[in-house]
Design a binder for this molecule. Structure first.
Ligand SMILES: *Cc1c(COP(=O)(O)O)cnc(C)c1O
Ligand SMILES: [Zn+2]
Length: 412
């Protein structure tokens, strides 16, 4: 049984039947999935959720799929790590890492959105899936699409990290490397999406795809013992994840799974691409597009589609935004590894480095419960660390050589 009511324009409120469409015909506003919350109340209980397998479909009544999902049965329900060492280092009472570095199967939170997009693409009858990607989405669509037997067209900026290109190519999609930045790729893909009947997960399937991000928020609440955190720090590219985490918290209250939500939502961006955080700091409503220049390539969207809505969520909840330089990103990646044993990609460095600034400025309360959304694995962006880690100790294969080194190590 499905509780989806239809699609609704976020600007003028006009409603549409469920279809692979994404903009309002009247005002060009983005469309969003709406649900029958009254119907879900009492059906989707804590007991029902807990009786289901540990994947993102345990919240399926609040996701935009009709039937029983058969794909991505191992996606979602990543660990919520209690980060006591890092909390102590930062002077926080209670800190958690939502650890999507171990998302299945492609080690980033994009597995969640692609899981939902492909379930929906199947229901719509598409045989080809496509995307415009800054890297992680390419990886996820390549992998999930292979498993589900879709034809795949993956569009990326040609300047992407080598490791991320290989990570997609191994699944043998049609990989198109465009001579331009992400915003150029996205523009081209909108044109292609109008011409070919393909499911572009982040274009014509976007209203459904984006809903997949809510699963991260549902899990945070369930894993905190059915309560919302006081603060959540979310890395922003298009700003979609941030708005959907907030939506997920409100929905859990709406359907009676929790009693209250008082969470402040904070945005994290790289200084070299921070249009959302810049608007927050300047106290304005409009996003000024930028040309990205940062090592955090997975967040390098200069003209963020959901930026306007992200700003509103941040203001509405009493949150704020911070940005981090390349050096601060690297330092934070190393700090997270050293204290919590978690190797995050550059986006994780952005989240932690920005959180540190928010804590130091008093924007995040040290006595509250804080969650950091760590969204991708460090093995995907190893290039960023080259020259920034210590060298190994090189020795000859004998005990003397080892003990010479040991003596040096002990001295330090
Ligand atoms: C895509 C992505 C995000 C955020 O994306 P939004 O477009 O803001 O939803 C965050 N972290 C990583 C690692 C990503 O790949
Ligand atoms: Zn409209």
């Amino acid at each position: 049984m499905s509780f989806i009511r239809g699609l609704k324009c976020r600007e003028c409120g006009r409603e549409y039947e469920i279809a692979p469409i994404y903009v309002c015909e009247f005002c060009f506003g983005p469309l969003e999935v709406v649900y029958d919350y009254q119907g879900i109340k009492g059906v989707l209980t804590r007991e029902v959720i807990q009786s289901r397998p540990n994947n993102l479909w345990r919240y399926r009544e609040l996701l935009p799929v009709e039937g029983e999902p058969t794909n991505a049965l191992n996606t979602g329900f990543t660990p919520l790590v209690k980060a006591d060492n890092l909390a102590k280092h930062l002077g926080l009472k209670e800190l958690y890492i939502k650890d999507d570095t171990v998302a299945h199967p492609t080690l980033s939170f994009k597995d969640r959105v692609v899981a939902v997009a492909l379930a929906r693409a199947r229901e719509f009858g598409f045989d080809t899936v496509a995307c415009a990607s800054t890297g992680n989405l390419a990886h996820a669509v390549s992998a999930h699409g292979a498993k589900e037997g879709f034809k795949r067209f993956i569009f990326i900026p040609a300047s992407l990290e080598k490791s991320k290109i290989v990570a997609s190519l191994v699944y043998e999609p049609n990989l198109i490397a465009v001579d331009g930045n992400y915003d150029d790729v996205n523009r081209l893909c909108s044109e292609i999406a109008n011409k070919y009947r393909w499911a572009f997960v982040n274009i014509n399937i976007r209203p459904f795809y984006a809903e997949g991000s809510k699963s991260q928020g549902f899990e945070i609440i369930e894993q905190l013992g059915w309560k919302a955190p006081d603060a959540v720090v979310v890395p922003c590219a298009s700003g979609s994840l941030l708005t959907k985490i907030w939506k997920s918290f409100k929905e859990m209250k709406e359907v009676g799974l929790i009693d209250e939500v008082h969470t402040k939502v904070f945005a994290a961006q790289a200084t070299g691409c921070s249009p959302i955080v810049a608007a927050i700091k300047q106290g304005i409503d409009v996003i000024k597009p930028v040309k990205p220049d940062t090592i955090a390539k997975s967040l390098a969207i200069g003209n963020p589609a959901d930026g306007f809505y992200a700003i509103h969520v941040i203001r509405e909840t009493g949150g704020y935004g911070e940005d981090a330089s390349d050096q601060e990103i690297i330092d934070a990646m190393k700090l997270l590894a050293r204290t919590e044993g978690i190797f995050a990609e550059t986006a994780g460095g952005v989240t932690l480095a920005s959180a540190i600034k928010l804590i130091n400025s008093g924007k995040i309360d040290k006595n509250g419960t804080t969650v950091l959304c760590i969204t991708g694995n460090g093995l995907k962006t190893q290039e960023a660390l080259s020259g920034h880690t210590p060298e190994p100790h090189y020795i000859k294969p004998n005990i003397n050589s080892f003990e010479e080194v040991l003596a040096k190590i002990k001295k330090v």
